[in-house]
Write a protein that binds this ligand. Structure first.
Ligand code: SF4
Ligand code: SF4
Length: 448
């Protein structure tokens, strides 16, 4: 099979060897969960429960009317003990619902739904009701992603198993152990959208999975045209735009979406969650993630209820060398967020937790740009990171926007290749927040 890829990118050390091939371990008996109310991209939602309420596993506990939202469900059965701000994986305090287990396994799931007999509207409503968001990245509501506006048609649904972030091995394990469910979820989405073609895209460091995925397509693909595409292992191959370019040859336009070129991309974990929501009626209440890093003595691929505190996993389930621990990261090393301690919960889009030692976390001092051009050559979004950085250093947000700040996918490749260790992606993240805040203020004053 001919491998495909995209222009640009980099080859950071993969460091997946400590967890690749390790079977998923299920964390079933947590005493409490701390569930962030807003763990999706989009409009905020609000608690539907109050302190003292008894909830069942799968019961809806937060929701809102807006379309660009998804509800949140209790991931264990128990009693609501607190509703208060807690640290989230983005290192920002947000409202969380704290549930203490009552030791029961009372459930409140949805009735199963035949994804091949229901209407498109029923299918999208199920994906929304099950609280499903993109589990590989920003937590974008899946039903919105699968709802192209009138006039736009989708030709291909891509299952994203690139897993290009170093250290993380959870997509690999999901495909290896639950490949049938992933294919079932892909087939359900194809049926709902009336799409004829599906592709499972994975990097060649996971090529050993191809035969198993082929079997899963034969057994659970419902006779649909689903193929497998092996991709060159390169960062950020799992970025939606890069994956689309590699697989279809099409380029998502600046400021555009995958649906602008007839594509929808969905992480394999998301597709498995969709299969569970239809075949078993189970909303998104648990997820798989990798916990690893140089300071982690027992690296694992775990599946835990949403809201499980990492503090409740260490040291009971995961052993850490405290003397060597230097940095805790929620997510992968390229796009993750550094957090001060273990008191944060696993949420719907948490694909990994890194416990880094001194060598991994070594933070070198930021130097000045020497205009070597490496960042521009490697940026797969064809941006000029050095120039955007200059605009941000000059506090010129308009100029930064004009030269593409909002097209940056925050992959961190430019920071990785910069010989002067210029804090490019870090500055772009802050710049994007400032720019969005400024636009919101302008929109509010225009409405007054
Ligand atoms: S500018 Fe943005 S998209 Fe380009 S390499 Fe840097 S972080 Fe990635
Ligand atoms: S890679 Fe670093 S030093 Fe080179 S041009 Fe970009 S910002 Fe400047």
């Amino acid at each position: 099979m001919k491998k495909k890829t995209f222009r640009g990118g980099a080859h950071p050390p993969e460091r997946k060897e400590r967890t690749e091939g390790l079977p998923l371990e299920y964390v079933r008996s947590v005493k409490q969960v701390v569930i962030p109310v807003n763990q999706h991209f989009g409009a905020p939602i609000h608690p539907l429960v109050k302190v003292g309420d008894v909830v069942k596993r799968g019961q809806k506990i937060a929701d809102a009317e807006a379309k660009m939202t998804v509800p949140v469900h209790a991931s264990i059965a128990g009693v609501v003990k607190k509703i208060e701000p807690r640290m989230q994986p983005n290192n920002i305090d947000g409202m969380c619902i704290v549930i203490e287990s009552d030791g029961s396994d009372a459930t409140d799931f949805l009735p199963p739904l035949d994804g091949f007999a229901c209407t498109k509207e029923e299918a999208l409503a199920r994906i929304h009701e099950a609280g499903i968001v993109g589990m590989g990245g920003a937590g974008f509501p899946a039903h919105v992603k699968f709802s192209p506006p009138p006039g736009k048609t989708i030709d291909v649904v891509i299952a994203n198993a690139a897993e290009c972030e170093p250290y993380l091995t959870i997509d690999e394990r999901t495909l290896a152990e639950n490949g049938g469910d992933v294919v079932e979820g892909l087939a359900i989405v194809m049926k709902a959208l009336g799409v004829k073609k599906g592709v499972v895209g994975l990097e060649d460091n996971k090529a050993q999975l191809v035969a198993g995925i082929g079997d899963a397509i034969a057994k659970r693909g419902h006779g649909l045209d689903i193929s497998i595409q092996v991709l060159t292992t390169k960062y950020p191959q799992g970025g939606e735009k890069m994956l689309i370019t590699a697989i279809t040859g099409k380029e998502v336009p600046s400021g555009g979406l995958p649906m602008d070129v007839g594509c929808v991309v969905s992480n394999v974990g998301t597709l498995k969650a969709i299969a569970d929501a239809f075949t078993k009626g189970i909303p998104l209440i648990e997820r798989a993630f990798t916990i690893t890093g140089g300071a982690c003595e027992t690296p694992k691929n775990l599946v835990a209820p949403i809201g499980t505190l990492v503090a409740d996993l260490v040291p009971a389930i995961v052993k850490v060398n405290d003397a060597s621990l230097r940095c805790i990261v929620a997510g992968g090393p390229m796009m993750g967020v550094s957090v001060p301690n273990y008191a944060f919960p696993i949420q719907k889009n948490t694909s990994g937790v890194l416990l880094m030692d001194r060598a991994e976390a070594e933070a070198s001092e930021e130097g000045t740009c020497i205009r070597c051009g490496r960042c521009m050559r490697t940026c797969s979004c064809r941006l000029s990171p050095a120039l955007i950085n200059e605009s941000l250093l000059a506090n010129d947000l308009e100029d930064a926007e004009a030269i593409g700040l909002l097209d940056c996918i925050e992959c961190g490749t430019c920071s990785f290749v910069c010989p002067s260790r210029v804090r490019l992606v870090q500055r772009f993240r802050v710049g994007k927040q400032l720019l969005r805040g400024k636009k919101q203020k302008e929109a509010q004053s225009a409405r007054k």
